[in-house]
Design a binder for this molecule. Sequence first.
Ligand code: TRP
Length: 374
Amino acid sequence: MPEYVVTPWEVRGNVNYDKLIKEFGTEKIDKKLLNRMKNNAGELHHFLRRGIFFSHRDMNWVLDEYERGNKFYLYTGRAPSGPVHLGHLIPWIFTKWLQDKFDVKLLFQIPDEEKFLFKDKLSLEDTKKWAYENILDIIAVGFDPKKTMIFLDTEYAKTMYKHACRVAKKITFSTTKAVFGFKNSNNIGEIFYTAMQSVPAFLPSIMEGKTTPCLIPYAIDQDPHFRITRDVAPLLDYPKPAALHCRFLPGLQGMSGEGKMSSSVESTCIFTTDRPKQVKDKIMKHAFSGGRRNVEEHRKLGGNPDVDVSYQWLTFFEEDDKKLKKVYEDYKSGDLLTGELKQMLIDKLNDFLKEHQKRRKKAKDQLEEFMLRD
Ligand code: TRP
């Protein structure tokens, strides 16, 4: 059994992110790049300060162009197959920050055909229903309606399809087999799909009528698609899209279970529509703890924040570095008990979700402002 697996369809085990950088051939986000981003953005998001966004491709080129006045577009996406959970929000929260700080447009792809093609049980009607549910969460993240275009592949098909054909003509069957491991039993829609995910990376140049950089923030499991996109780009006279990659928010069960939060294992998951009591129950019952067997031992020997899921989650959701550091130290020394740490996380998440749910309710009325159709 491999130590971990990271593909667009499966994330499992204890992911070694440094190793992934080498395997995928990406670059680590280093101090120098962080400083450059800080100079342009005015500050660094805590996802950058803490290495949650840890890897990139061509970010220096994006900044070169930006500093010269050639603004980039952001592009990200969500394949709709079920409800949105906290793990999905991580790249979106960061994308919103980039949009605010760099004042740029965003293309948000909802490939409703993707999950239809890849999941036996889902019909196109199901994925469309989930698409419109999920868009409420996307809008709730706070994107600027004037600068954000959200589209379903099936509803923006007139534009998407012809560009997808241009892309598809440049991708051989042996390439998709090598990159995705397709077998004879895969349906041909699955084989074509990567062309559809590539197209929005070229839409900035198409929409602007000039060479326009595209920056794609995404969880690292999507990288195989964009390796293909980058190979195809010069063949069609587009710039290669740049990328910023994030780690996965671990599932509640921690490293021993799924490598990322997964809706198929409900108890490992906090959904954006969970009520405060559900959040509390799930964390109290399921969050993997780095605490000791009993209070006495914990006080004496201290806990292990590095494997403790509640602490790991606070690194995503507690923005204040000082507070986070104190939690780390107090847990390690035994001053802070597991129950207390869990309660801190519960309060943090419930505050966050209360605001998110308010915005999600309002999103229904704003939806049309965001949608792109043809
Ligand atoms: N394939 C992605 C998923 O399974 C959806 C997606 C489409 C996407 N375009 C993207 C993700 C661009 C990140 C960036 O959710």
